[in-house]
Design a protein around this ligand. Structure first.
Ligand code: B16
Ligand code: MG
Length: 217
């Protein structure tokens, strides 16, 4: 019974979550909407459009379509300025070891990210070649918590959802994996990702034995 792995990007492979936070916080403040870590948690894994919609909802703001589009562009520009400074050193601890082990053992691997910048980021950190397929924000019409991004990944990898093991740092992403009957593995705060089938603080906890346990589950 073959297993396949799907990795989220932001917050799982690289800590770009902190860059999204800074860029959204600036934007929210410019609109005089308060924005804390707690609100940010709800934006993780959520598409750019839906994130801005949420911020406007929280602040009870309504703006024109033009203003909406220019705010999205502004946020992305600010975010990309952080991304520009990224290098392989930004890969989170243990990720490279896990990817290497999975590749050596011939597991199919896909990326399942909501980000439209996913390919650019993978190039910056030099990880593109580890992925058999990349599904990102440019290829899906329904954002997480809808499972579309992960279902597309399975399709491309040629596996059933039940064969997929998903690494996610967001509540929306864990929901997406669970909805599609994939094994959901929360990376980060267990209290926040309590709906995940398994929880780990980070990839350094994912020893070969642990990975074997996941594939046998
Ligand atoms: P972009 P992931 C998600 O990526 C981020 O978690 C989320 O905070 C961001 O708004 C979303 O991508 C869209 O990203 O603005 O770059 O298209 O965690 O699904 O890899
Ligand atoms: Mg993420």
């Amino acid at each position: 019974f073959k297993k396949a792995f799907i990795f989220d990007l932001d917050g799982v492979i690289v800590d770009t979550a902190k860059f999204h936070f800074l860029a959204w916080k600036n934007l929210a403040e410019s609109l005089e909407v308060s924005f804390s870590e707690e609100e940010n948690e709800q934006l993780k894994g959520v598409s750019r459009i839906n994130s801005l919609q949420k911020i406007l909802e929280w602040g009870n703001k309504s703006i024109s379509e033009d203003k909406f589009n220019s705010l999205m562009a502004q946020k992305n520009e600010e975010y990309l300025a952080f991304v520009d400074r990224m290098s392989p050193e930004d890969i989170l601890p243990g990720v490279l070891e896990t990817l290497t082990y999975l590749k050596e053992n011939n597991y199919p691997i896909a990326l399942g990210s909501a980000s439209k910048n996913a390919r650019h980021i993978l190039t910056k950190v030099g990880l593109t070649s580890y992925f058999d397929h990349i599904v990102d924000g440019n290829e899906v019409s329904k954002a997480k918590p809808d499972p579309e991004v992960f279902l597309k990944g399975c399709e491309l990898l040629g596996v059933e959802p039940e064969q997929a093991i998903v690494f996610e740092d967001s509540q929306a992403g864990i929901k997406a994996a669970n909805t599609a009957h994939m094994l959901s593995v929360g990376i980060g705060d267990k209290a926040v990702l309590s709906e995940a089938d398994f929880n780990f603080e980070g990839f350094t906890e994912l020893t070969e034995d642990t990975l074997k346990t996941l594939t046998n589950f």
